[in-house]
Design a protein. Structure first.
Length: 399
């Protein structure tokens, strides 16, 4: 019977064997199979082991790796495989007794050491397989960040994105093949980056500057950052709603009647461990939600075009539900009958009819019933006066 663990996830730098520990070198020498991207395979000498190039897309390599079970196998990955690397994906797909990891030095560590930046206060992003919009919630004057990019051409794309978002004075520190004999590091403006040519692998450190709009960290983001046809939970009510939803690490939200998607998007902005699904019956609004989520770096928002409760069947169960549109007795009947005990529910009502529905369900299930009345100062002829918004009734309950 084959010795376990049979699989080693080995972090490799641009310096190849020179950067490996004695234990990591021994794993390579004993391997029957070495699997990894072609660039990584080129960094290690022939050992007599079978070599398999990891295919693109990455997921296609997992069945191949599964087929190697029982043979002593080394998978090559960049630097620290568990920092925006392949390690976590492999670990999710194999039993703990199947594998062992020998991480190398991360690109983030090498970049921070070259620049003299404290890594604990530097933002890090793995954007080699993710959109640049992931940066948007974090962009603000004074931010220092290190970004992994998919290839040299992405440096110009990053420069264009920063210019478009108003951060055109940002300084880029472009670092190619860090830690190896081809290493090159240059500091430049966005204009110089647009004109330059860069080799893979590449990472870029940002010192963000410019007049671009920074997004506040508090709940209740400005209404203007969302594209909308007028169907939006306005900023003050949204802040109170997020407070009532009370997101906690790892929780999943159903946002029913998404409108512009502002609730689901802000939910995701609270913490990267959160997930959300928005259900919207109108196709144009569902498309707008998708566009808003992508533009604000929340591309992981799942958008369902459909009408609740029918569209809820088969979805992963939520920890929290928000009903911002389509409120009805039928919907609340379905929620109460189908969601497990302990699920939190928050519903907002504006019309008299929907307010009556919430009043009846509050009498039935309890919870908190809150009436939110807001007024904003505005012109009243030559003077100023208060202009009241429609009151919002908010019901929150734990099923």
């Amino acid at each position: 019977m084959s010795e376990t663990p049979w699989l080693t996830i080995l972090g490799l730098g641009e310096d190849g064997l020179d950067g490996l520990s004695a234990a990591s070198r021994q794993e390579l020498e004993r391997a029957e199979v070495i699997m990894g991207p072609p660039r990584h395979l080129s960094l290690v000498p022939e050992t007599g082991a079978e070599r398999i190039a990891w295919p693109v897309p990455f997921a296609d390599g997992l069945p191949i790796l599964q087929g190697l079970k029982g043979r002593r196998t080394v998978v090559l990955a960049s630097g620290d495989p568990f920092w925006f690397g392949a390690g976590s994906v492999i670990a999710r797909n194999f039993a703990p007794e199947d594998w062992v990891a020998r991480p190398g030095q991360s690109t983030f560590s090498l970049a921070a050491a070259r620049l003299g930046w404290p890594l604990e206060s530097t933002a890090t992003f793995g954007l080699h397989a993710a959109p640049l919009t992931r940066l948007r919630p974090h962009l603000s004057r004074g931010l220092r960040a290190i970004v992994l990019l998919r290839d040299g051409a992405a440096v110009a794309e990053l420069a264009r994105y920063l210019t478009e978002t108003g951060f055109g004075d940002t300084t880029l520190h472009v670092m190619e093949a860090l830690g190896g004999p081809r290493e090159r590091a240059r500091s430049m403006s966005l204009t110089e980056a647009l004109l330059g040519a860069f080799e893979h692998p590449v990472c870029v450190a940002l010192e963000v500057s410019g007049d671009g709009r920074s997004l506040p960290m508090a709940s209740g983001k400005p209404d203007e950052i969302f594209e909308t046809d007028g169907q939006i939970t306005k900023r003050p009510v949204r802040a109170l709603t997020l407070s009532a939803l009370a997101p906690a690490r790892g929780e999943h939200l159903w946002d029913i009647g998404g409108g512009s998607g502002s609730i689901g998007i802000e939910w995701l902005m609270c913490d990267p461990s959160l997930t959300a699904t928005t259900i919207e019956p109108r196709a144009d609004r569902a498309a707008r939600i998708r566009a808003n989520a992508d533009a604000l770096g929340q591309d992981r928002l799942q958008v369902i075009h459909g009408r609740a409760p029918d569209a809820l069947d088969g979805l992963p169960l939520p920890d929290v539900v928000f009903i911002g549109g389509g409120l009805s007795d039928a919907l609340l009947d379905w929620v109460a009958a189908n969601l497990p005990s302990g699920t939190r529910l928050v519903a907002n009502a504006v019309t008299l009819e929907s307010e009556a529905v919430l009043s009846q369900w509050h009498a039935k299930l309890g919870g908190d019933l809150l009436r939110i009345e807001l007024a904003q100062a505005g012109d009243l002829g030559p003077r100023r006066g208060w202009k009241s918004a429609y009151p919002v009734v908010q019901w929150s309950v734990t099923l």
